[in-house]
Design a protein around this ligand. Structure first.
Ligand SMILES: Nc1ncnc2c1ncn2[C@@H]1O[C@H](COP(=O)(O)OP(=O)(O)O)[C@@H](O)[C@H]1O
Ligand SMILES: [Mg+2]
Length: 445
């Protein structure tokens, strides 16, 4: 992409309404624009990051054997009356009446809808287990939408739903989610800790939240430092191996890690003093096993091996896809702007032409731009007729992890400069070597 042809409405001023750094930087970098309280347009740069996160979420869900689909945003109230949640949900639900006076709603979550789909299609235990998921916009009429996309009213969520014959199989589905979520957050370059949670409005007795530690997080968290040091790394995971998955989940859930909602001071006191951490966290995922909470009232039953009809065992599993954009910035920024991890960067590389209009500099930039495209690296070429300082400031603000700076002086020596956004370190390389260095970095992501 050439910057002169792109749509990147960066702001010079720091927007007064934004209280936390990710919200400020998303507005300043031209990633989002508020359309009304808690509702945002995703401008091209923000949209790219959102899509990259969504893609990683899809890949990791499918590796775990979960099946993608898409349900609508608008749902009929009738299904919610069956589960009893139409009245229970309260003012956070946006209720809509259509032209035929039918009660509709903008879905805040999809347990009822997926249970309805399941019960009309599946009747035998032979078709189990199944986990279906989608990535779709949700609406919750939050009383205090704030912090930009972190607590919006309209937000993008990956929500998945598991259907199993019995409790053991349902817990295996739960464990698949724990591990696939750990992998997802690691690929995003985030350290997310599973913490025992309250079952919340969805109910049930088996629930974990995934929290990214950050000063601006809304939850207070208490943990044993050892859990934050765990990493899946490159180990291969067989999602069908029940015992292996249980082993991983036990490893991650054994150390103390809770939010203020479930905190138990006595248990925390037993953690060795030097490993006790009290911090704040951003909830980026939340998983529940809730048994027959929806299948029983909605009559989602299957025949078991003995020919008896039993309500199906269910769980639901959410990842805050749009919230993750904010969480990633909270975890990756400095006073100049955003520092994207390579895995989600909207552009992997930014080319800065120090002397636009100089024949040699322009030609070298064009060659780099074409070479990077050929190597499969998405590149933003700042081809504006602007001062070098302004170009650097834009690149730093929008957070491309790598920058290639091209100017007549370097070209006279046959070199360009490759700079890491994260460390600020630069190396001089021939343009060809700069392309292959960057291609190597992104091939490894
Ligand atoms: N208002 C919101 N804005 C952005 N993301 C949200 C919002 N509410 C929930 N999420 C994301 O969706 C995930 C699943 O939601 P859930 O746990 O059902 O919501 P809550 O914790 O608010 O009851 C949360 O872990 C969070 O990452
Ligand atoms: Mg939650």
């Amino acid at each position: 992409m050439r910057l002169t042809r792109y749509f990147l409405p960066v702001l010079k001023e720091t927007p007064a309404e934004a209280q936390i750094v990710s919200h400020r930087l998303m507005l300043r970098a031209g990633m989002i624009r508020q359309s009304s309280a808690g509702i945002y347009s995703w401008l091209p740069l923000g949209f790219k990051v959102l899509r990259r996160i969504e893609q990683i979420v899809h890949e990791e869900q499918q590796k775990a054997g979960h099946i993608p689909m898409l349900m609508p945003t608008i749902q009929s109230a009738d299904l919610w009356r069956e589960s009893g949640r139409y009245d229970a949900y309260g003012p956070e639900m946006l209720r809509i009446r259509d032209r035929h006076d039918r009660d509709m709603l903008f879905g805040p979550t999809n347990e009822e809808l997926i249970t309805d789909i399941f019960r009309t299609a599946v009747s035998s235990y032979r078709e189990l287990p199944k986990t279906l998921y989608h990535v779709q916009w949700k609406f919750r009429d939050e009383i205090r939408p704030r912090f930009g996309v972190m607590r919006g009213r309209e937000f993008l969520m990956k929500d998945g739903y598991s259907f199993d014959l019995d409790r053991d199989s349902a817990i295996h589905a739960f464990n698949r989610h724990v591990v696939s979520y750990l992998r997802t957050f690691e690929r995003l370059g985030l350290k997310a800790v599973p913490m025992r949670a309250d079952a919340g409005p969805i109910g049930g007795d088996y629930s974990y939240e995934f929290l990214v530690l950050a000063e601006t997080g809304e939850s207070e968290v208490f943990l044993d430092r050892s859990v934050a040091d765990l990493a899946l790394g490159d180990r291969t995971v067989d999602f069908d191996d029940t015992a292996a998955l249980q082993g991983l989940v036990d490893q991650w859930t054994a150390p103390y890690a809770r939010t203020d909602e479930t905190h138990d001071a006595a248990l925390f006191d037993a953690v060795p003093e030097d490993r006790k951490v009290t911090a704040r966290g951003i909830e980026v995922g939340h998983i529940f096993y809730f048994g027959t909470k929806y299948s029983a009232p909605m009559n989602a039953v299957v025949t078991n091996a003995e020919g008896v009809q039993v309500p199906v065992e269910m769980g639901s599993y959410g990842i805050g896809v749009s919230r993750l954009v904010g969480a990633l910035i909270e975890a990756n920024h400095d006073d100049k702007g955003i520092i994207w991890p390579e895995s989600v960067a909207p552009f992997g590389v930014g080319i800065v032409n120090l002397k636009q209009g100089d024949a040699a500099a322009d030609a070298a930039c064009e060659d780099l731009y074409a070479g990077l495209a050929k190597a499969g690296v998405e590149t933003l070429y700042d081809d504006r007729d602007e001062r070098a300082g302004a170009k650097f400031a834009t690149m730093d603000l929008i957070g491309c992890p790598w920058r290639i700076t091209v100017g007549p002086r370097g070209l006279a020596k046959g070199v360009v400069e490759l700079t890491s956004r994260r460390t600020g370190e630069s190396v001089e390389l021939s343009p060809e070597d700069a392309i292959s260095r960057v291609a190597e970095i992104f091939a490894a992501v």
